[in-house]
Design a protein around this ligand. Sequence first.
Ligand SMILES: Nc1nc2c(ncn2[C@@H]2O[C@H](COP(=O)(O)OP(=O)(O)OP(=O)(O)O)[C@@H](O)[C@H]2O)c(=O)[nH]1
Length: 324
Amino acid sequence: MGKLKTSILTGFLGAGKTTLLNHLLSTSQHERIAVIVNEYGEVGIDGKLVVEAKDEIIELNNGCICCTVRSDLISAIQALLASGRPIDRIIVETSGLADPAPVIQSFVLDEVLAERLQLDAIITVVDARHVERHMALDEAMEQISFADVLLLNKTDLESKESLALTESKLRHLNPLARIVRTQSSVVDRCAVLDIGAFDLKNILSIDPDILEEHDHEHDQSIGCVAIREPGALDPTMFNAWMNRLVQASGKDMFRMKGVLQFEGDPRRYVFHGVHMTLEGRPGKAWMPSEQRISEIVFIGRNLDDRSLRSGFANCLAHLRELAS
Ligand SMILES: Nc1nc2c(ncn2[C@@H]2O[C@H](COP(=O)(O)OP(=O)(O)OP(=O)(O)O)[C@@H](O)[C@H]2O)c(=O)[nH]1
């Protein structure tokens, strides 16, 4: 029995990992792909944004796959393998704050994973617009250094000159990785899957201690606030609040994402923020039988939990009526 190909998708918060995952799933034809999605926050949004229902999606939330939920990753994959379900490939999307080294370590050191899986490549998505800012953070640097393929994404947002400069910085940090420029993470599957690029020797040359167990810590000032709320939001108030929020704290607000219930709208509203860039679009309609709940996650530096919660509450339509 051949080993099951496994790819790790990594890249800093908001770089375009889920967009890439969706692209790979929607162009997968008959392949059966098991997807493991890891999110830092206790409310998992990515699982709801992954397109293909035919594929198996395992969510590992409330912690980073590189530390708190690392053993969950190993157990989830072991359970998947033991289930005997037919699978052609595994794709693991790490949280945007994950250090890839301990994740790689799990694939090399765990006996079951090492025997049954073949780590095909580490694919790192880089946000061309925010890469400079992200490079100040260890996690982002590690994600770039360990990559076998670097997707320089969001090319639509930057000039040719800026892209060339970023590419030379990436090349300096990781001379071995192939760099592919992308918009909306659209890439030829052959450039990222079944490329057999992962090589432990390369990884050991970057980090000779990678196979040693050692504790690592994330920057303690970076945190997460997650809100789940059944009340409908007033879209005008919500948009105004978001604009004020990014003006005031866009630098430290790394990521916002949510699936929201807007007053009078039969569809979900899918919302993304990456620093100052905000994007939203209507999503799937709510089913009559399901409870409509807005979920939003904020990840950033020195987040003010109380003010985010009260800002959100101020946008609730039923409170607006009470106030007037
Ligand atoms: N302008 C532009 N926006 C993009 C591009 N690729 C992705 N985005 C947007 O960037 C935002 C984040 O994309 P995701 O795919 O959710 O990013 P992610 O890396 O999975 O985010 P986290 O899981 O939170 O770390 C979304 O609003 C996307 O629509 C691109 O090439 N250009």
